[in-house]
Structure formats: C-alpha cells, structure tokens
Design a protein around this ligand. Structure first.
Ligand SMILES: [Zn+2]
Length: 219
C-alpha cells in the first residue's frame, strides 16, 4: 500500500536553535543541513528530511536528529517488519508473498524472520510483560502448532511475546506511536535508553531487563 508521490510528506520540520548534544562526546554541536530519507511505514513509503548536526569538536562523526516516530537505521520500519514476519511465521506465507505486500525483497523477509527470532528471549519478554501488568494472561494463545522451520516457530513466539509486552507498556501509560508489539518495544527502548537494535551489526538483540535498567537475572 504505497502512497502516491503527490501524497508523500515533505516536511522540513522546525529546528530548535541548537541541536541536542553530540551523542559521541556530549559536547555542543551546530546544525549542518538536512538528509533526505524514504522510510517505509505501515501506511506506505514517505519522504522525510532529517536534520543533520556536527559536533563542534570536529572530531566526531556527523549525526542526524530523528523525530521520535522514526526508528534509526531502518528503511523498513519495525511495524512493517513485524507484519511481514507475522505473515511468514504465523500466517504461513512464503517470504516472497509476504515481502511483496511491503514492496520488499524475499531476501529481506527471510533476514527479518531470523532477526526477530533472535531479538529477545521469549521467556524474559513475557516475564516483563507480566511484571508490568500482572492481569495480562501472557501465556495465553501461545502457538503450539507445528511450523515449517525452527526459526519461523521461534519468530512466531517472539512476536507473540512482544505483542504482550507492547500491550503491557501501552496499558502502563507509555505513549507509543508504533502499532505492532515489535515496533512498540523497540520504540520504547530507543526513547527510554537510546538503544538501537541492528539487523546486521551488534547489538542485534536486547534483554528486557537491561531496558528497564534492572539486572537481567531478577526477571
Ligand atoms: Zn562530539
């Protein structure tokens, strides 16, 4: 469901007088132009401009300042990834079929499925969901049917756990723009701690305990 070009948003958002401090050295920075990107959201691809900033020290790498709703370093945003992986892992579609709906490649769809399968330990995510909202029946509805591959089966369980955790976060009063459990948890973790989970480079997974700032062993 791509947006027609005419409907693409072209927003040079108003910038604050000064950029936020340099993420590398926490020193002052100045604005240094814009970067055009085309993130793929669940409502389609949009055109957006991200403000660039440069550290005054001259020693650090330039960085971009993203609006909260955009997850860094991902053209295909987490809600889109969650939908494609769910179609494969839960809906039984082939990677090519699931990818076509998002205008992605089958290779990306396969990579996303493997990424989701390993992104978090299922038990830890469910435990955190129950801790945040004890009334959530977190174990309910866990898929027990045979799946075509261990990776798909695991991805289905992870998506299920993240749905519960995302729901628990929202019901706890956390305001999130993402719609999927995967998107909500990644958005929350990024906003709260600045953590970014990558597809190819580390870190490619996260611990909910770390995200809450508590020792993982206590969960
Ligand atoms: Zn710096």
């Amino acid at each position: 469901m791509d947006l027609p070009d005419s409907a693409a948003t072209h927003t040079h958002r108003a910038r604050a007088e000064r950029p936020p401090p340099c993420p590398a050295c926490a020193g002052p920075s100045w604005w240094n132009g814009w970067r055009q990107t085309f993130p793929q959201l669940s409502r389609g691809r949009i055109e957006t401009w991200l403000a660039r900033a440069r550290c005054k020290s001259g020693k650090c790498t330039d960085y971009v300042v993203r609006p909260g709703e955009l997850y860094p370093h991902r053209q295909y945003q987490p809600d889109v990834v969650a939908k494609v992986v769910a179609a494969i892992a839960i809906g039984g579609e082939t990677p090519a079929e699931a990818a076509a709906a998002a205008k992605a490649s089958a290779t990306s769809a396969r990579r996303w499925t493997g990424w989701v399968a390993r992104i978090v330990e299922v038990g830890a995510a469910l435990a955190l969901a129950v801790r945040l909202k004890p009334d959530l029946a977190a174990g309910e509805g866990l898929s027990t049917r045979a799946t075509t591959s261990p990776t798909r089966g695991l991805a289905a369980q992870v998506l299920h756990a993240l749905e519960h955790l995302g729901e628990a976060l929202v019901r706890s009063g956390v305001v999130l723009v993402s719609e999927s459990g995967l998107g909500r948890v990644l958005e929350w973790q990024h906003r709260q701690h600045g953590d970014v989970v990558h597809l190819v480079v580390e870190p490619r997974s996260f611990s909910p305990g770390m995200a809450l700032g508590v020792a993982g062993g206590r969960l």
